[in-house]
Design a protein around this ligand. Structure first.
Ligand code: NAD
Length: 287
């Protein structure tokens, strides 16, 4: 398999997709990014431009590099425009049916050597790959938010992912300047969420048990364990809806009580207390 990449397709230009486009164009790759509608494309490309503008203002990008990065992006609403891409990264909504439909369509469009990768946080790579005729060339490329800032890229091998695909994903990840970790099995939660989700849920259970205040749990883990953020601050940052969604997916797959969401989390999500993004989670944020 050739590791010479020129053109990357990105499906979805939402929060993660726009960040993935940014790291690709900043590392010299051309990108064709597909959104579901013109307004969504406009918003996604606007988010990309704002982030590149910030890079320019902060001296992380020269004016030439800023202009070149924007020149390398082409937006479209047609999946067919990704047909000539050497690699396609899918960052669409977290829904198995949507991801399988996208992969099925891409499988019929792109060249036989093209690798299809998913940014899914919680869906089995093997299940996504099953929608294609190239399960050996499907892999998980799990980026973290915000993509241009977070150094980690978690690679996830599906049951049928080939060594060559894994090697090619390593080459891509290194080109994007990421530090790589390999989840060697298609295990629920992969590496990060496998540890983070029960940790967060345990913090909520301990809060429910009246062990300490939210502030003291956070201070304890910051100052006692050198974590940059305590669990409640971190869950507010990630989004409580995202926490719940991933916990439910992991619980559905395993029936392991460690992943069973406490009622408090479900109630907070029902109430619209989603964390930083909604102005209220475990903490209140001035809006
Ligand atoms: P988002 O809501 O910002 O973007 C979702 C994207 O999906 C948009 O581009 C939207 O237009 C597209 N979309 C919506 N409905 C669609 C449909 N029916 N068909 C095709 N595309 C559709 O979400 P996001 O946070 O960017 O998440 C995208 C992926 O990245 C998800 O799989 C998510 O689990 C994963 N992820 C998210 C984070 C995070 O912190 N937000 C971190 C790692 C991975």
């Amino acid at each position: 398999m050739s590791t010479e990449l020129h053109s990357i397709g990105v499906v979805g230009c939402g929060l993660m997709g726009s960040g993935i486009v940014e790291v690709c164009v900043r590392s010299g790759l051309s990108v064709v990014v597909r959104e579901v509608s013109q307004p969504a494309l406009h918003a996604g490309l606007g988010r990309l431009r704002t982030s590149l503008d910030k890079g320019l203002e902060r001296g992380k990008l020269t004016a030439d590099a800023h202009a070149a990065a924007l020149d390398r992006v082409r937006g479209t609403t047609e999946l067919a425009d990704l047909a000539d891409c050497d690699w396609v990264i899918e960052a669409a909504v977290e829904d198995l049916a949507v991801k399988q439909a996208t992969f099925r369509e891409l499988d019929g469009l792109v060249g036989p050597e093209t690798v299809l990768s998913s940014n899914t946080s919680s869906i089995s790579i093997t299940k996504i790959a099953a929608a294609t005729s190239r399960a050996d060339r499907v892999i998980g490329t799990h980026f973290f938010n915000p993509v241009p800032v977070m150094p980690l890229l978690e690679l996830v091998r599906g049951l049928q992912t080939s060594d060559a695909t894994y090697q090619a994903a390593c080459a891509l990840g290194e080109r994007l300047g990421k530090t790589l970790v390999l989840c060697q099995k298609d295990a629920p939660g992969f590496i990060v969420n496998r540890l983070f989700i029960p940790y967060g849920l345990d913090a909520i259970r301990a809060l429910d048990d009246g062990v300490a205040t939210i502030e003291d749990f956070d201070t304890a883990m910051k100052l006692g364990m050198s974590h940059p953020m305590g669990p409640f601050t971190l869950m507010d940052f990630v989004g409580l809806d995202t926490m719940l969604f991933i916990a439910d997916a992991m619980y559905d797959e395993t029936k392991d009580p460690r992943y069973a969401a406490p009622p408090r989390l479900r109630q907070m999500v029902a109430a619209g207390w989603l964390g930083r993004k909604s102005g209220r989670g475990f903490y209140a944020y001035g809006r």
